[in-house]
Design a protein around this ligand. Structure first.
Ligand code: NZQ
Ligand code: ZN
Length: 380
């Protein structure tokens, strides 16, 4: 166990907390409010934010799409320069928040914004950012990651810098009430896989992180089982669980996998598969392929999360239980968005991963291109 841990985002959790924005953003800031396709106008969140910012000077930028593109966010970067923006407020789910993070960092770069993704631009400052979360899933509201797509080339790739960790995040579960069931389920599945990526590796002896991971996984199982009886508590528990799943704490001092995410991003880039659903397609096949290395941890998960009884095939039964969890939520674990030739699809994904240099994935960097091909042959 060796790690440095900080999460500096102030969380304002609970009903009515949007009013905290008034004091959370300096009164002399020149604010750019960034949001998506307009859901915030239907659930009252926009009006509450406008009210909280009534004595601030602010502008707005809308139209951030799911899986935000560099092309769209470049327009926001132009607005930042034109209006002398000094503070960014993102209102939405992972896409809006990630897009806003990209703007916060790339706006201070004189070259092409994509340099932030390639690493050609290494920022040493970014505009300050605040968040109002409307879709719990990604944990983006208090982490230092962002994922952006370049439309021109269909590339989807992440970036990481502590400079874009939001200064504050408002988590009001009431904002979730207009979420379509599909997005709620996406949130559940994404949070679940985030925990898995930081847990299903090898036993570490780190009792705090491993125990907490199991608690979060059990929460998500209960929320899935009670999906049809959603009340205020249900929404609040999903919002807080999804946040904790990817705020940096769980992954401190333990190995990480993330191979399902790396492969899943290509399914989204190529066939617009929802992020969470791309993970449900890849992960069961990946776990079956990597079962020997992950056996001890899968057995632990089978015992502690699914309460399965011991047997020689406990790891296999645990993977079956994970797949059954997705199926219970009516989430496909096979690619249905692509109807063309399967081998062509696999080749297209391999090409994209190769171009990024993502040819050694997983906690041991043991998932090489031939292994990825085998996993995809099973998953697609
Ligand atoms: O654009 P609006 O109109 O707001 O509609 C959105 C969007 O269509 C809608 N929505 C959000 N809140 C709503 C609502 N509709 C009704 N009521 C509400 N309260 O939901 C749709 C999907 O939103 P999106 O932000 O795309 O979903 P999500 O939060 O799942 O984010 C997915 C993106 O985050 C990235 C993914 O790759 C993907 O691009 N990720 C970011 C991570 C991070 N920064 O740490 C980690 C994740 O693994 C993930 O990769
Ligand atoms: Zn994810």
């Amino acid at each position: 166990m060796k790690f440095s841990y900080v999460n500096s985002t102030v969380i304002h959790f609970g009903q009515g907390q949007i009013e905290q924005i008034t004091n959370a953003i300096p009164s002399d800031a020149n604010v750019l409010v960034i949001y998506g396709g307009g859901s915030i106008k239907k659930n009252g969140v926009y009006d509450q934010v406008a009210n909280a910012l009534s004595s601030h000077k602010w502008y707005e930028f809308s139209g951030v799409e799911p899986n935000p593109t560099k092309e769209t966010m470049d327009k926001a970067i132009e607005l930042v320069a034109a209006q002398g923006i000094t503070y960014i407020l993102a209102i939405g789910g992972g896409s809006v928040i990630d897009g806003a993070k990209f703007v916060a960092a790339a706006a201070l770069h004189s070259g092409d914004s994509w340099d932030l993704i390639t690493g050609d631009y290494q920022p040493n400052s970014a505009l300050p950012l605040g968040v109002v979360l409307t879709l719990p899933a990604t944990g983006s509201e208090s982490n230092m990651a962002g994922v952006i797509t370049k439309k021109a080339t269909n590339e989807k790739q992440g970036f990481l810098t502590p400079l874009v960790r939001p200064q504050f995040a408002v988590l009001d579960p009431d904002a979730m009430k207009t979420l379509p069931e599909r997005q709620l389920i996406n949130g559940l599945v994404d949070a679940w896989v985030h925990v898995c990526e930081q847990y299903i590796t090898v036993p570490t002896g780190n009792m705090v992180q491993e125990g907490y991971a199991e608690t979060l996984l059990k929460n998500l199982l209960v929320l899935g089982a009670n999906f049809t009886q959603r009340d205020d508590n249900w929404h609040a528990n999903l919002m807080w669980t999804a946040n904790q799943a990817l705020n940096g704490f769980l992954g401190s001092g333990v190995p990480h996998d993330w191979a399902s995410h790396m492969m899943g991003h290509e399914l989204t880039a190529l066939w617009k598969v929802d992020h969470a659903r791309s993970l449900a397609i890849v992960q069961p096949s990946l776990l079956r392929n990597q079962i020997e290395g992950k056996r001890a941890k899968l057995e632990q998960m089978g015992r502690n999360v699914f309460a399965l009884c011991p047997s020689d095939d406990l790891a296999e039964r645990t993977v079956d239980a994970i797949e059954a969890f997705y199926n219970s939520l009516e989430v496909e674990t096979r690619l249905v968005e692509h109807t063309g030739d399967k081998q062509d699809a696999i080749e297209a994904i391999l090409e994209k991963l190769k171009a990024k240099g993502f040819t050694q994935l997983g906690e041991n960097r043991a998932i090489d291109l031939p292994t990825i091909e085998t996993i995809l042959a099973d998953a697609l």
